[in-house]
Design a protein around this ligand. Structure first.
Ligand code: SF4
Length: 386
């Protein structure tokens, strides 16, 4: 069996009661695996009774019955886990043992990473100055031998994935340039795969970074289109405005929408929008945008292998996560003439991830809305990345 692990997968440590946005209080359905459920039902005494009274069946799944304010009933007032305290770490259910780690299988490779919806992970991604490492490992367990897998396409797609990561980590380019190249490359790669053509030449073209100076001017990204960006943000956040859980999940955006609407700052002068975007051009901001872009490529590109929809998967991650974070920070700048401090930024990243990466129905709604407006079209995206 082969594994790819995105940095911090093995080193991650939960900070428990120190966590500013614990995963046990976000209103998430915590599904209990059948082995843990059987064990919980066998526990005797007062804690056994508490378990029996606080585990329920919802939509066919066994899960903890959340309190009215969306907390796990075993999360105590000190934000510590009573289940951990009473039964030990080994008896946490699989969901609690696993989060924020995630994994998915593509071909014969298991991709493993940590979700940026955990503030501790977001903190790591934003503060990590070096390029993120992706480690390769192999175990003695026998590999996947699925006759339905098209190994030729798989090998091309792994090479395309590593090419996209290399472009995203090329610090001789600006983030706008990297976003543009990664998008253009994955769009063209998708066209080759759809047309059942050999993409080797295309991959080689995008592995040769010296050729980027000829490709980039043709995309139009050097004419920064502030009007297009501002219009996109206004429309983007209009989809979040009426979300009932916006305050609970992304309070920063909730507050900003209310303040800016009152002050009519959403129609602020283009000069103010321009200043806000310029703050993303400084080196420090370029680095954390790189880490989020690599996170998106790692998490989504190869998930497209099963249905051969690489481009859609990756663009969806970029629009939903990357653009939501940037939009919230731009609005923050419009309101306060500065970006939030590092800790607040990390929390905005974690909050944004929870709202779009852990709620497929909402994420689908946003994507469907924009699809009709041509947002999946690279030309539109280049204007957004300009
Ligand atoms: S969100 Fe992360 S750091 Fe916070 S309690 Fe959950 S796993 Fe721990």
């Amino acid at each position: 069996m082969k594994f790819l692990e995105l940095e911090i997968f093995n080193d991650f440590k939960c900070i428990g009661s120190e966590c500013p946005f614990t995963c046990c209080s976000g209103g998430w359905k915590i599904i209990i695996d059948s082995k843990s459920d059987s064990y919980y039902m066998s526990v005797n005494g007062p804690f056994g009774n508490k378990l029996k009274n606080n585990i329920t069946t919802k939509g066919g799944d066994r899960c903890f019955a959340l309190t009215e304010d969306g907390r796990c009933p075993f999360l105590n007032k000190e934000n510590l886990c009573d289940l951990y305290i009473n039964l030990g770490e080994e008896h946490l259910c699989d969901t609690c043992k696993t989060y924020p780690r995630y994994s998915f299988l593509a071909g014969d490779i298991l991709f493993e990473g940590v979700s940026i919806s955990c503030p501790e992970v977001a903190d790591f991604f934003l503060s990590h100055k070096e390029a993120l490492k992706i480690d390769y490992a192999e175990s003695k367990k026998s590999g996947i031998n699925d006759p339905k897998i098209n190994w030729e396409v798989f090998n091309h797609s792994v090479r395309a994935f590593t090419t996209a990561v290399e472009i995203a980590q090329d610090r001789e380019l600006t983030i706008s340039e990297r976003l543009t190249l990664v998008t253009l490359f994955s769009f063209q790669f998708q066209t080759y795969i759809d047309g059942k053509r050999d993409p080797s030449g295309l991959i080689e073209l995008f592995r040769n970074h010296s050729g980027f100076s000829q490709i980039l001017p043709q995309t139009g990204i050097y004419q920064r289109d502030i009007g297009c960006k501002a219009e996109f943000i206004a429309e983007f956040i209009s989809l979040f405005r009426n979300m009932s859980s916006l305050y609970a999940n992304l309070p920063e955006l909730y507050e900003l929408i209310r303040c800016l609407e009152d002050e009519e700052q959403l129609s602020a002068s283009l000069g103010k929008w321009k200043l806000a975007y310029q703050t993303f051009d400084v080196e420090e901001a370029q680095i954390w945008q790189e880490q989020i872009l690599v996170y998106v490529i790692y998490r989504y590109f190869m998930q497209g292998f099963e249905r051969k929809d690489f481009y859609m998967k990756q663009v969806r991650g970029i629009i939903l996560l990357f653009e939501l974070i940037v939009s919230t920070l731009v609005l923050y700048h419009l309101k306060y003439d500065r970006l939030p401090d590092f800790k607040e930024c990390a929390l905005i990243v974690a909050h944004s991830s929870r709202i779009v990466e852990h709620s497929n129905s909402f994420a689908d709604k946003v994507i469907e809305h924009f699809k009709t407006k041509g947002i999946m079209d690279p030309a539109f995206l280049f204007r957004l990345f300009s």
